[in-house]
Write a new protein. Structure first.
Length: 113
């Protein structure tokens, strides 16, 4: 399925139909979330979610997530690996943790291991 469409920027009608088409294609995944709407719906969701991304709330979220990731995932895994004399690919582990944190932030969900 080809979800990418070439749109002439000056053609507002074509842009609107391209946006509607991508909205329909991505609806099952994104619903009417901020990443899948335009115009007034986007503006409303942006205003409602702006407090979530404030410096203070973001800092608290990051502190909580980093503490959880270190104490419940990374340190136990490294402790087990050290006890078993197992080699650990830290780049892979840290990329997975980064991806999980992005999912937590944007999708408000945790993916299964």
């Amino acid at each position: 399925m080809d979800i990418f469409t070439k749109v002439q920027v000056s053609n507002k009608e074509a842009r609107a139909s391209a946006g509607l088409n991508s909205h329909n294609i991505l609806f099952d995944l994104l619903g009417d979330g901020i990443f899948n709407v335009d115009g007034d719906q986007w503006k409303l969701q942006r205003q409602l979610s702006s407090h979530v991304f404030s410096t203070k709330s973001l800092r608290h979220f990051v502190e909580h997530v980093v503490d959880t990731e270190l104490n419940e995932r990374l340190l136990p895994m490294l402790t087990t690996a050290a006890a078993n004399d197992t080699v650990v690919d830290l780049q892979d582990v840290l990329q997975r943790i980064a991806f999980d944190n992005i999912c937590k932030m944007t999708l408000i969900m945790t993916l299964p291991a």
